[in-house]
Design a protein around this ligand. Structure first.
Ligand code: ARG
Length: 466
C-alpha cells in the first residue's frame, strides 16, 4: 500500500517503482531518520497529539525498527520506497495505531532534508579528522627530513633548492584550508528544516526551535520553502570534497613523478605498491594514481548536483532525491583515498642523495649571484643580465659557472662560494621561505595549527545522546 492510497487508485507501475525507489541507497540514513523521528515525537507531546505514555511506546518502536533495519531483519516490500517509508511502516507494525500518528505535521520533504543535514554533518567531521591524520604524517615526515633539500620547481623546471620539509609542509597547509572549509560548511549547514512540513509549515503549533535543539542544530529554518528545497549544503560538501580531492590528486601526481626512474626521489613502500600482471620487474604507485583518478569522479559528483539543482523552481521537487548518491559516493571515495594516501606518505622512502644532486647544479643558485650584485649596488635588471650572460657562456662551453664567477671582476671568489653545494638553500631567509631557519619556525607553527584544527573538529556539533 502506498502512502497516498487514499488519493490515487491501484498501485504503481513497475517502471515507476523501479525509477522511484531509493531505499537501496538511502537506507544508510536510518540512524539520522530515527533520530529526527524521536525529536518529532517529543514535539508532538508538546502540542497534545501524543501523551507522554504514547510517546514512550513510539520511542521504543523507533529504536526497535532502527535496530532491526540495521541488522537486515526487515525485508523491504514493494511499497517501501525509501528509508522514511520503511521506518514508518515498521514502527506502525510494532506500535499499531500509534505508528499512524508519527507523521503528523511532518512531510518526507522536511524529514529527508533533516536526515541529510545530520548525515552530512557527521560525514564532513569524519573527513576533517582523516585530513588531520594525513597532515600529521606530513608534519612528522617534514620534521624527520632535517636539512635534506631538493630542487623546487616552477614549470616543472628546476628553479631553486628548497628543504624537503618545506615541500612536505606545503601540502599540509593546503590540507589545513580543507579542514577549515569542512568545519565552516558544518557550521553553515547546522540549521534544522524539521517543522517546515511539505513546504509551508502546519497548523498544529509545532515548535521547530525545540526539535532543532534536540538534534544538535544551532537553530531552525527561517523560511519553510527554503528549508525543504535548499541543498546548498550538499553542493558545498561536494565542493569541499572535490577541492580536497584536487589536493590529493596533485600529491599523487607528485609521487608518480618522484617514484619514476627519471626522478628517483622516492620509493613507494611495497605495502602501498602494486606489481604488473605481465612485467615481472614492475613496481607501480597505484595508490597515487587512484588518488589522482578518483578526483575526476569527485568533481563529477559536484558538477552533477549543480546541474540537478539549477532548474528547480521552489520548493521541493523529486529531482532532489538525486542529491544522495553523489554525496555518499564522494564521502566514501575521499575517505578511501585519504586513508591510502596517509599510509603512502607514512611509509614513503625518500632518496635524499638523488634529491641533493638534482638540486646542486650551480645554475640553481643563479639568483643568489644576482642578489650578491644587487647588495653591492647594481640594479636588479642589470644583475639579472650579467648572471644570465655567465650562465649562457658556461652552457656554450667557456668554462664552469664557478670558474666564470670567480674570474668576474664584480663577483669573484666570495660570490663563487654561494654556488657551493648545500649553500643556496641556507640563503632562503624570508619568513615562510624555503631555508632551514624559516622552515624550523614554520614546522612549529604547523604543529600548533594542527592542535587548533583538532580542537575545532572536536567542537563540531554532533547528534545529542537521547
Ligand atoms: N526519497 C525522497 C527524497 O530523497 C524523500 C522525499 C519524497 N517526497 C516526496 N514528496 N515524494 O527526496
Amino acid at each position: 500500500m502506498t502512502l497516498w492510497h487514499g488519493r490515487l487508485e491501484g498501485g504503481m507501475d513497475n517502471a515507476l517503482a523501479e525509477l522511484s525507489i531509493s531505499l537501496h541507497y538511502d537506507a544508510r540514513l536510518v540512524v539520522e531518520d530515527v533520530a529526527g523521528s524521536h525529536a518529532h515525537v517529543d514535539g508532538l507531546i508538546g502540542v497534545g497529539i501524543l501523551t507522554s505514555d504514547e510517546a514512550v511506546v513510539l520511542h521504543a518502536a523507533l529504536d526497535q525498527a532502527r535496530d532491526e533495519i540495521m541488522a537486515g531483519e526487515v525485508v523491504p516490500g514493494p511499497s517501501d520506497e525509501d528509508i522514511h517509508t520503511l521506518v514508518e511502516r515498521r514502527v506502525t507494525e510494532i506500535a499499531g495505531d500509534l505508528g499512524a500518528r508519527l507523521h503528523t505535521g511532518r512531510s518526507r520533504n522536511d524529514q529527508v532534508a533533516t536526515d541529510l543535514r545530520l548525515w552530512t554533518r557527521s560525514a564532513l567531521s569524519d573527513i576533517a579528522r582523516a585530513v588531520i591524520d594525513l597532515q600529521a604524517v606530513l608534519a612528522e615526515r617534514a620534521s624527520q627530513a632535517g636539512d635534506h633539500y631538493l630542487p623546487g620547481y616552477t614549470h616543472l623546471q628546476r628553479a631553486q633548492p628548497v628543504l624537503l620539509a618545506h615541500h612536505l609542509a606545503a601540502h599540509a597547509w593546503a590540507l589545513a584550508r580543507d579542514v577549515d572549509r569542512l568545519c565552516q560548511s558544518v557550521h553553515r549547514l547546522n540549521v534544522s528544516p524539521l517543522g517546515a512540513g511539505a513546504l509551508a509549515g502546519s497548523s498544529l503549533g509545532l515548535n521547530p526551535a525545540a526539535t532543532a535543539a534536540a538534534l544538535g542544530f544551532d537553530r531552525a529554518f527561517n523560511n519553510s520553502l527554503d528549508a525543504v528545497s535548499d541543498r546548498d549544503f550538499v553542493a558545498e560538501a561536494l565542493f569541499d570534497i572535490a577541492l580536497l580531492g584536487v589536493h590529493l590528486s596533485r600529491m599523487g601526481e607528485e609521487i608518480v613523478l618522484w617514484s619514476s626512474d627519471e626522478f628517483g626521489f622516492a620509493t613507494v613502500d611495497d605495502a602501498f605498491a602494486t606489481g604488473s600482471s605481465m612485467l615481472p620487474q614492475k613496481k607501480n604507485a597505484d595508490v597515487a594514481e587512484l588518488a589522482r583518478g578518483k578526483t575526476g569522479r569527485l568533481v563529477g559528483n559536484l558538477t552533477g548536483l549543480l546541474v540537478t539543482l539549477k532548474g528547480l523552481p521552489l520548493s521541493y521537487n523529486r529531482d532532489l532525491q538525486e542529491d544522495k548518491e553523489p554525496l555518499f559516493d564522494a564521502v566514501d571515495q575521499v575517505l578511501l583515498v585519504l586513508r591510502a594516501v596517509t599510509g603512502l606518505y607514512r611509509t614513503l622512502q625518500f632518496h635524499e642523495d638523488a634529491m641533493r644532486s638534482a638540486a646542486d647544479a650551480p645554475g640553481a643558485a643563479a639568483i643568489d649571484l644576482a642578489e650578491f650584485l644587487v647588495a653591492n649596488g647594481m640594479p636588479f635588471r642589470q644583475a639579472h643580465s650579467v648572471v644570465g650572460g655567465l650562465v649562457a657562456q658556461s652552457l656554450r662551453g667557456s668554462g664552469s659557472l664557478v670558474e666564470l664567477v670567480t674570474a668576474h671582476p664584480e663577483l669573484g671568489p666570495t660570490a663563487a662560494a654561494l654556488l657551493a653545494p648545500g649553500v643556496p638553500v641556507t640563503n632562503r631567509t624570508t619568513p615562510g621561505g624555503a631555508g632551514p631557519l624559516r622552515v624550523a619556525e614554520q614546522l612549529v607553527e604547523l604543529n600548533r595549527h594542527l592542535e587548533v584544527e583538532k580542537s575545532h573538529v572536536s567542537a563540531l556539533p554532533v547528534l545529542p545522546v537521547r
